[in-house]
Design a protein around this ligand. Structure first.
Ligand SMILES: [Zn+2]
Length: 87
């Protein structure tokens, strides 16, 4: 899915590249406002403020301190491994 054409939302290949890095940037707790791309791209800054809002809401909702996606993956894997007790 690496389409370099300009999308309907005005997103570019730069946007795709930036958005690919977003999860990592979020996880590392990096200050996203220092990202060069955000200074020049309204689309991505809007996306980031959306994501930051969602992340804040998620922190309020989740009773754990570190809601890393990896944690949920581990839980799901563990659940799948768990042999379902059959009668
Ligand atoms: Zn962008």
């Amino acid at each position: 899915m690496s389409n370099a054409r300009k999308g309907a939302n005005g997103t570019t290949a730069d946007c795709a590249e930036f958005q690919e890095q977003l999860p990592k940037l979020f996880e590392s707790g990096e200050d996203l406002s220092t990202q060069e791309h955000l200074k020049t791209c309204e689309n991505c800054s809007a996306l980031v403020s959306d994501l930051e809002y969602i992340a804040q809401q998620a922190k309020l909702l989740l009773p754990i301190h570190d809601p890393s996606p990896a944690v949920w993956e581990n839980i799901q894997t563990a659940l799948k491994k768990e042999p379902t007790p059959t009668k």
